[in-house]
Design a protein around this ligand. Sequence first.
Ligand SMILES: Nc1ncnc2c1ncn2[C@@H]1O[C@H](COP(=O)(O)OP(=O)(O)OP(=O)(O)O)[C@@H](O)[C@H]1O
Ligand SMILES: [Mg+2]
Length: 330
Amino acid sequence: MANALLELNDLEVSFTIGKRVVPALQQISFQVGAGETVGIVGESGCGKSLTSLSVMGLLPGTAAMTKGGIMLDGKRMEQASGDSWSAVRGKQAAMIFQNPMSALNPLMPVGKQIAEMAMAHLSVSKPEAKRLALEMMTKVGLSRVERLYDDYPHRLSGGMMQRIMIAMALICKPKLLIADEPTTALDVTIQAQILDLLAELNRSTGTAILFISHDLGVIREVCRRVIVMYAGYIVEDAPVEEILDHPKHPYTAGLLKSLPGADKRGSALYTIPGRVPAITDRKGGCPFAGRCPSASDVCERIAPELRQTLAGHGDHRVRCHLYADGGRAV
Ligand SMILES: Nc1ncnc2c1ncn2[C@@H]1O[C@H](COP(=O)(O)OP(=O)(O)OP(=O)(O)O)[C@@H](O)[C@H]1O
Ligand SMILES: [Mg+2]
């Protein structure tokens, strides 16, 4: 992709645990183009949040990028200083966090929190920042915004708080919006409204979206392309229809099988047996081998590479020995 807005290139992120340096993300390479909507899906502990925190320069203190790099809007970020990250955050990339209550300041009115974001990054006056905040609050579907502006976070419902978070993320018109499980804590009606809102924002403003969820059904509503992560690796990457109609990796097939659907009503929901290994328990070979219904001897011994598959329609990458003959390593 020429001039990708975001490019992760063979990124590795590791934690220091006691005297060990343990990788949590490995060989993460993908791009997001301007205006593109890309989803990242995977079970809990697969590395979705670490990937997004890396892009925002917000990794926890015990973690570090140990290999590879990140290009954001033409700038190399892996060696960036705290100041360079602050300049990027808000304007180039903004993030909606998994839990809005913990991301908002409980002691500051919500409108003011949005206005402060504008003042910090857009060098506008206080009255202008307030005007922009009120405008953005209306845009994200909040009503009676003049009154709401002075309310504190605890007075708001989960859906309203999530909209405040979205308004805060969008106030500086970032080129890339990262939404980390933005609807997980919400009931289904509010969830549908937030998904519509994000899709509409992408259409009307051209903001690229990196949308993170453990639920492929939710990602399908917003994204054109999906990256499937497992145990710190990308295991599949393809256009959303490709993933839904022709999943290649047995893990993706398992995720799809576990989606609730009208045809499955009344029957018990499928779950993939076993669980994602902790970062300290990962062995050689394919990380999914222990849970995979198609695993053979080679899977236990040799880690597969991420390859472009020739069998798929369009751009489709998969990390699985089942497709080793049909593709080239990428
Ligand atoms: N501060 C930390 N110290 C040690 N290990 C960590 C830390 N934060 C995350 N990890 C490990 O890194 C791996 C990836 O974590 P991450 O938070 O990215 O998962 P996730 O895919 O976002 O999961 P979830 O769906 O639960 O949000 C997990 O195995 C997790 O245990
Ligand atoms: Mg997470």
